[in-house]
Design a protein around this ligand. Structure first.
Ligand SMILES: Nc1ncnc2c1ncn2[C@@H]1O[C@H](COP(=O)(O)OP(=O)(O)OP(=O)(O)O)[C@@H](O)[C@H]1O
Length: 596
């Protein structure tokens, strides 16, 4: 069997998976929808068959009683068909929305658990398009497509049965030309499939382009590039529309073809019927009913043809969505993972090398150590590898060689949950969710009590400004915290770390975004946060560097110097040059040796 996630997975494999995972749990309702579809097809056939007695008994040879009986019969069939149509539609709606919901939840669950490397590797727009667009296309194919197909198919069969009952010879003649109709259907379904695939690819590009422009809206405005962005999006829209137009044209061109074909068949039926009527073999009623059945069969065949597009879109979407769904993260708990036991929280990098995928290594044989109560600073030129190093501790990425250990336990040997429980991370641009300040502080500990949240905010020097807000802790912070200042966002992130109270603190310090007063508050809060923890900080603020127990100077992926600020200044190496550039090389030197 083909792997359902593989790009070449056959439609049969995809259909089996959709059935197994999404439809089987809803099979009762699906059976109801299918039964309704079958009954609708039967009633439609009955409706055309009634035309025979209707014409014969009401018009050609009027019969007493028929005037009431036949209209009542038609009304009863029509009402029953209407009721089953409602039943079919409501069942499909329930199944369809359930299927989409399931797919979206599963896909999001998968994405949010996937490796950082994978998430960084594709634009989030493509995930959004898959979640919203692909899932809907699969729903269309798997629910209304499937049920309508069944209904229309059975309607064709029903119409054929009626035709055979009315005049088997004529029906057999019509049946002989059926393969021609199927040739039509196949021909244009190929074209629409190709167009559908193209349109789907462009839908993904479109969401990417829109999200990117809006994410970078400040720079777009600053550089007066609105018109350029508009043009860029317009180009993608144009490409997408070209595919959509091609698809619609293929459909539209098929309509005159099938209609002409239908008219030709009808003409033949007329000729035959005329001949048969002349010889007394076919009544006017039978003839009318036959034409009605033929028209119904042709109409249903057209629907069947249209549904081919729905199926091909659905399968293409399923192939894409399952591919996304089936990528297993590489960074997971090992089979024999143990919980990281509480301890001193000593972090050791033992000859660590690391590369992003197949790129050149970002870190070469790095060794470093940070103990409880210590502040270890990472400094060095941009692109040197400081962030990469920090990312290895909570296993956002895994080392390529060597090991990162905490209290002697390799981080790859313990559960991710217990590892990350022990670490608080405060980044340069702290991320806040569009929720209340309270929820943002309590993000790591959703069950935290009100006074714990407030205590954390006080320690982070955030309580006063929060209390000054009209809604206090209930204030909604806006998208990514947009309604707060940079310093306020940072203090909320620090409060979050205080509340988490993890023994390890990873800090990517803010650079120059803050004014002096705000910076002093943030700095004081950070110092309180660092006390008594194992802190590794990417240092930009020189006061942190000065007070650090140890500084590791990282350049081009290697630790090139180690020591205290004073010792490193005396050493007159890279650090001394960086410090000089920042006018910080005149501090009294009091301290120990420099290493490398
Ligand atoms: N996701 C990624 N994929 C591929 N390469 C990356 C990725 N992130 C960083 N790099 C590369 O790894 C190297 C180290 O980057 P890193 O971000 O760790 O440096 P840094 O010292 O933190 O820089 P800065 O001070 O500018 O933030 C750089 O050459 C960078 O181009």
């Amino acid at each position: 069997m083909t792997d359902p996630a593989a790009p070449q997975a056959t439609n049969r494999v995809l259909a089996a998976r959709i059935w197994r995972e999404y439809l089987r749990p809803r099979r009762n309702r699906l059976v109801l929808a299918m039964l309704s579809a079958a009954i609708i097809a039967g009633l439609s056939a009955a409706l055309v068959e009634v035309l025979k007695p209707a014409v014969d008994q009401l018009i050609t040879h009027p019969q007493p009683g028929a005037l009431v009986r036949i209209p009542l019969l038609i009304a009863a069939i029509a009402i029953a068909r209407g009721l089953f149509q409602v039943l079919q539609t409501t069942s499909i709606n329930r199944i369809g929305n359930g299927v989409v919901g399931d797919m979206q939840v599963r896909l999001f669950g998968k994405l949010v658990r996937s490796d950082l490397a994978r998430l960084r590797g594709a634009h989030s727009g493509s995930y959004v398009s898959s979640m919203l667009y692909d899932a809907t296309l699969i729903r269309e194919a798997a629910t209304s497509g499937l049920v309508n197909y069944t209904r229309e198919f059975l309607t064709v069969i029903g119409a054929l049965v009626v035709m055979f009952r009315l005049d088997w010879m004529l029906a057999a003649g019509v049946l002989v030309i059926a393969p021609v109709a199927s040739l039509f259907i196949r021909r244009f379904s190929k074209k629409t499939t190709k167009a559908a695939k193209g349109a789907m690819g462009e839908t993904s590009n479109l969401s990417t382009a829109i999200m990117e422009s809006l994410d970078g809206v400040k720079i777009v405005k600053m550089e007066n590039r609105e018109a350029y962005e508009e043009g860029r999006v317009a180009e993608v829209i144009d490409r997408r529309q070209r595919h959509l137009i091609k698809g619609s044209n293929a459909k539209a061109m098929a309509a005159p073809a099938t209609e002409t074909f239908g008219a030709l068949v009808t003409a033949c039926v007329f000729a035959y019927a005329g001949w048969r009527a002349g010889t007394g073999g076919m009544t006017a009623g039978a003839f009318t009913a036959f034409l009605g059945a033929l028209a119904m069969a042709l109409q249903s065949l057209r629907q069947v043809a249209n549904l081919q597009t729905v199926f091909s879109e659905g399968f293409t979407a399923a192939r894409r969505l399952f591919q996304q769904l089936d990528v297993e993260p590489a960074i997971v708990d090992p089979a024999d993972a143990k919980v990281l036991p509480p301890g001193e929280a000593t972090i050791v990098f033992d000859n660590v090398s690391f590369a992003y995928g197949d790129n050149a290594p970002a870190l070469h044989e790095v060794s470093l150590q940070a103990r409880r109560g210590e502040t270890v600073a990472l400094v060095g030129p941009s692109g040197g590898g400081k962030s990469s190093l920090l990312n290895l501790i909570p296993r956002f990425y895994d080392v390529t060689a060597g090991a990162v250990t905490i209290d002697g336990h390799d981080v790859r040997g313990v559960t991710l949950a217990s590892l990350r429980d022990r670490i608080a991370l405060v980044t340069q641009e702290p991320f806040l969710f569009d929720d209340t300040i309270r929820a943002n502080i309590a993000y790591a500990r959703p069950g935290a009590a009100e006074d714990e949240i407030e205590a954390a905010a006080r320690q982070a020097a955030a309580h006063d400004f929060i209390s000054d807000l009209p809604l206090g802790y209930d204030t909604l912070v806006g998208e990514a915290g947009a309604r707060l200042s940079g310093g306020q966002r940072q203090r909320i992130a620090i409060a979050r770390a205080f509340l988490k109270d993890a023994p390890i603190l990873l800090l990517d310090e803010a650079t120059s975004a803050l004014d002096t007063e705000s910076e002093a508050q943030v700095q004081a809060a950070l110092e309180r946060l660092m006390a008594g923890r194992t802190t590794i900080v990417i240092a930009h603020r020189l006061s942190t560097v000065k007070d650090a127990d140890r500084i590791y100077v990282i350049d081009r992926g290697r630790v090139v110097e180690t020591g205290t600020h004073a010792a490193l200044v005396r050493h007159k190496g890279l650090y001394a040059r960086l410090a000089k550039a920042q006018d910080l090389d005149h501090l009294p030197a009091t301290s120990p040796e420099v290493g490398a």
